[in-house]
Design a protein around this ligand. Sequence first.
Ligand code: NAG
Ligand code: NAG
Ligand code: NAG
Ligand code: NAG
Ligand code: NAG
Ligand code: NAG
Length: 468
Amino acid sequence: MRAVQVFLAILFVAVAAADVQPIEPFKSYPNSCKAAKAKKDGIRKLQLNSGAPFQVFCDAKTPGAGWGWLVIQRRVDNRENFFRSWSNYQQGFGDLAGNYFIGLDLLNELTSDQPQELWVELLDYSGQTRYAHYDNFAVGNESNLYTLNKLGLYTGNAGDALRYQENMKFSTFDRDNDMSPKKNCASELSGAWWYNDCMTSNLNGLYLGGEYGNDLTGRGMVWKEWLGDNYSYKTVKMMIPLAAADFQPIEPYKTYPSSCKAAKAKKDGIYKIQLKGGEPFEVYCDAKTAGVGWLVIQRRVDANINFFRNWSSYQQGFGPLTNSFFIGLNRLHNLTAAEPQELYVHLEDFTGQKRFAKYSDFAIGNEANLYSLYKLGNFAGSAGDAFSYQRGMNFSTYDRDNDRSIHNCAAQFSGAWWYNSCMYSNLNGQYLGGEYGRDLEGRGMAWVQWLGINYSYKTVQMMIRPKN
Ligand SMILES: *[C@@H]1O[C@H](CO)[C@@H](O)[C@H](O)[C@H]1NC(C)=O
Ligand SMILES: *[C@@H]1O[C@H](CO)[C@@H](O)[C@H](O)[C@H]1NC(C)=O
Ligand SMILES: *[C@@H]1O[C@H](CO)[C@@H](O)[C@H](O)[C@H]1NC(C)=O
Ligand SMILES: *[C@@H]1O[C@H](CO)[C@@H](O)[C@H](O)[C@H]1NC(C)=O
Ligand SMILES: *[C@@H]1O[C@H](CO)[C@@H](O)[C@H](O)[C@H]1NC(C)=O
Ligand SMILES: *[C@@H]1O[C@H](CO)[C@@H](O)[C@H](O)[C@H]1NC(C)=O
């Protein structure tokens, strides 16, 4: 009995004396979003050397940045106060999935553990996004007052608004470490930053929601090199990758021509174009069929690509640009809404004869308008006018009957078109290879005014070109 008591007492003492911190001791975590192979946005646990694990937000979706980025600061709305004290900035604050600052101590640990890059992403209120990328980034420790030690080379399209802050110490309203002889920059600019005298960026400034007045100059979330010091962005995000991220520069300086005509595409082939405010995309430009500057919106060359497709397929488009394809109703709407276009329809039969139909105007509506053929100008050409009967009609597919017939024209004619009741042309019909039987009437790629309702052409190509 006595022996047992002694044993228990010893055990108790031993446990109490040991510095037991059971923090998931068996598990070790990756040391970066990259090492975590975080290919989806979300919160992850990381661990540096043998330190305690901590949570971060890994970003994998920012256009051009690639995956593997760790978000160190983010602003998305005005719900979080960023005008905070030194100790708040040391520790970090906010909500990992929303507005937050990671904390200067952790930032120092992260950036001294491995070489770093920095990615700053800004979004303005017109929906434009720009970025600044620095290929080396390091923040000092507390005894260095968290100096912005390294910045490396800049690339990007937002401007190099952090350079003026290089080698500066961090300042908050209650710890003035800036280079201004008289001012307390943090206090005057309602922020916390690596102030010089004082700044060309202030991303921890006030969330002021766009352009603001003279009286507040510099107090917003400023990135001067892009929209000046009276503009506070809609969202801001600062990220580091810890070990090189999967950085794929998106040719940020380049803007592409808005059409094949503007691209002065003198050879047939694939070109990149870009509509105002949109992402670049590839199109096929044709320079041989009817002169330069035509953009191919539809082509049929053989039976390999199925054109009897549903609504969403026609919305998105399908088929390879170099073969039989349809550009997609969404894109076609955008193109014809961007500037006035003319339309050229090229037809070739199986004897090698070529004819065409040209319309002086061509535009289709958006999704809400059921992509209606709301503009079709005057006809000219040798193939006959098989399209005017379709003018003003909504687009129909077999699963979205928007035609004027009591029948489902798309189903009846195995196509997808601006059917009236029903049609004199059916260029998305089946590739039937020439003249076909009565039982299939109208189901081929018909252009009635030239070879009738029972003839399916060898080649069809529809093209648009800006009028001006
Ligand atoms: C801070 O960093 C410097 C080097 O930049 C180093 O000499 C110093 O020991 C560090 N201080 C602490 C407390 O880690
Ligand atoms: C923006 O700030 C400048 C000073 O930098 C000032 O002259 C100008 O009037 C301000 N613009 C607006 C819209 O307040
Ligand atoms: C439309 O067709 C595509 C493939 O051709 C298919 O993935 C999709 O589910 C279809 N949509 C509807 C609404 O039937
Ligand atoms: C069409 O334009 C809208 C904005 O005007 C854009 O959101 C959309 O992505 C564009 N669609 C295509 C397929 O280009
Ligand atoms: C096209 O669709 C709209 C919306 O449903 C409808 O108001 C309009 O009458 C249709 N047009 C034709 C020509 O059927
Ligand atoms: C073509 O269609 C017409 C009716 O439009 C029909 O009379 C004729 O027999 C058809 N020709 C062939 C070869 O089937």
